[in-house]
Design a binder for this molecule. Structure first.
Ligand SMILES: *Cc1c(COP(=O)(O)O)cnc(C)c1O
Length: 499
């Protein structure tokens, strides 16, 4: 048996205070505004050959036990069993589909048909377990900003979970019609959904301010409540996402698509930088990954960053057909910045202060040199739509808009580099979640059809059954119609909590 060393977590803005994994999950964000990061990234204890014989749940245990070292075997296995069950419509949990010579890793087979389910179906169980371990008696209030997919996945995960309440803020005009319908029809007395007049960055900034509001925290504590986060800044989101990169590599090996030790590339359609950071952690744990290909839509702040070393959010925010990537402040990038600054919390805090004060920062040459694992590019709206249509015409496979951005960027990467390394493309949403944009890309004749007519048409032309998540909302009544200004978020929270 290889002895596993405990992993502790410290803030990216203050390296002195260390917390246990369960405390990091409970808190979500550090008090100094920083993000929790592991003090070291452990290596996998099983070989890829050994992992190739394991199913998703077993792989999840092998990976998560290394990063969540204060959870017992029983606790972790229990959380995993509750999360990755028949809520997923396939026993594989994350199937691989080969198309045009690349592997699409379908991460959308959970309850809300987007990749957020991969982490948010387990987070509530990790959180409740963490509360028990730390003797927390308070009710946990999950506060979340969403660009469309996190909101529904978090609502589905936390609805009806005793000892929790969940509040979701989404940009009123910044999500797809299906995404909005999924959220506003959410059942459960402990759920609260609010549209804000503003974009995702406004929602995320507002939520961060509420987390750091000491007066509000006091008022809540007096009523036996405390906040936590279901956003991808929570380490309890990031850790479960490492699993599917390990699982995928082992599966490719098992199916003899790659040789043992052969490197693969990973392409990730990126918004808040959570999913691609999980791939980076997987690489650091020993998964043979060559390039991490970061795909952006027209909000290409990350592409510019990888090009120049300058992070600059001072630009027009664009609403695109891939709304879950319409983000100018990619929160999880802070974890990478901290790392390439040599785990220097002071340096990182300086850069993050510059980001909040002037909207930009520049990294040093030494830091840039450590970004060689990454390649960034972007696809505009035309290229994204063309990719959906071409893929459909060539193979019959229907990509959602986010996955199409990744697919288009992958083609640019190959034409730039001539790299023929086998490649896995993270497929982050079902096309049924973005039906209108997907169908319009395939043929403009669909333009006048209603949202659910389009769903049926997509099912026909794509030869796939309408997912349960869509059937459920077809006739569901709207239960949440709260809309507020971005400056009124605190009042909305207090109203819902009755304080
Ligand atoms: C959230 C999301 C993304 C972006 O993932 P990050 O981890 O925020 O980079 C991409 N595609 C879809 C469909 C998503 O829901």
């Amino acid at each position: 048996m290889v002895k596993v060393m405990d992993v502790l977590y410290s803030s990216t803005r203050n390296g002195n205070r260390k917390v246990t994994p369960s405390q990091a999950i409970l808190q979500g964000l550090s008090e100094d505004g920083g993000l929790f990061v592991p003090d070291h990234i452990p290596a996998l204890t099983l070989s890829m050959r050994e992992l190739a014989g394991k199913n998703y749940q077993e792989t999840a245990y092998e990976v998560m036990k290394l990063l969540l070292t204060d959870f017992t075997e029983e606790e972790l296995k229990n959380c995993i069993a509750r999360a990755y069950d028949s809520k997923f419509d396939t026993e594989e949990i994350a199937p691989l589909v080969e198309a045009e010579g690349a592997y699409y890793l379908e991460l959308f087979h959970g309850a809300t048909i987007a990749f957020k389910d991969m982490a948010l179906s387990i987070l509530p169980h990790l959180m409740i377990t963490a509360a028990k371990k730390n003797h927390v008696k308070n009710e946990i209030v999950i506060l979340t900003a969403t660009s469309g997919d996190t909101g529904k996945a978090a609502l589905a995960g936390f609805a009806g979970v005793a000892g929790t309440k969940i509040i979701v803020f989404y940009p009123k005009n910044g999500v797809s019609p299906i995404q909005e319908k999924q959220m506003v029809t959410q059942k459960g007395d402990n759920t609260f959904v609010v549209g804000i007049h503003g974009n995702f960055d406004d929602a995320q900034t507002g939520v961060k301010q509420l987390f750091n509001d000491k007066d509000l925290a006091k008022e809540m504590a007096a009523q036996g409540m405390q906040f936590s986060s279901a956003n991808s800044i929570n380490i309890g989101r990031l850790v479960p996402q490492v699993v599917y990169y390990v699982y995928t590599y082992a599966k490719l090996l098992k199916e003899e698509k790659i040789a043992d030790g052969e490197k693969i590339n990973v392409v990730v359609p990126t918004g808040n930088f959570g999913n691609i950071l999980a791939a980076y952690y997987a690489k650091n744990m020993g998964v043979p990954i060559h390039k991490l290909i970061c795909a952006s839509n027209e909000n290409k702040v990350l592409y510019d960053f990888f090009q120049s070393g300058d992070y600059d959010r001072n630009r027009e925010f664009k609403l695109t057909s891939s709304p879950s990537m319409d983000i100018l402040i990619s929160s999880n990038l802070e974890r990478l910045i901290y790392r390439i600054a040599g785990n220097d919390a002071k340096k990182n805090a300086e850069l993050m202060t510059a980001l909040s004060e002037k909207g930009s920062y520049e990294i040093t040459e030494e830091m840039r040199a450590q970004l060689a694992d990454f390649y960034g590019n972007f696809a505009d709206e035309r290229e994204t739509a063309d990719r959906i249509r071409q893929m459909y015409e060539n193979t019959g496979y229907v990509l959602d808009t986010h996955t199409a951005v990744a697919s288009a960027v992958y083609r640019k990467y190959v034409s730039d580099t001539k790299d023929e390394t086998r490649t896995v493309i993270a497929s982050t949403a079902s096309p049924f979640k973005f039906t209108r944009s997907v169908m319009n890309a395939i043929d403009p004749k669909y333009d006048d059809m209603g949202d659910f007519e389009l769903v049926d048409e997509l099912s026909k032309i794509g030869n796939v059954e309408v997912p349960k998540a869509i059937e459920e909302i077809r006739t569901a009544p709207v239960l949440h119609d709260h809309v507020c200004d971005k400056t009124q978020m605190k009042a909305a929270v207090k109203q819902f909590l009755g304080i």
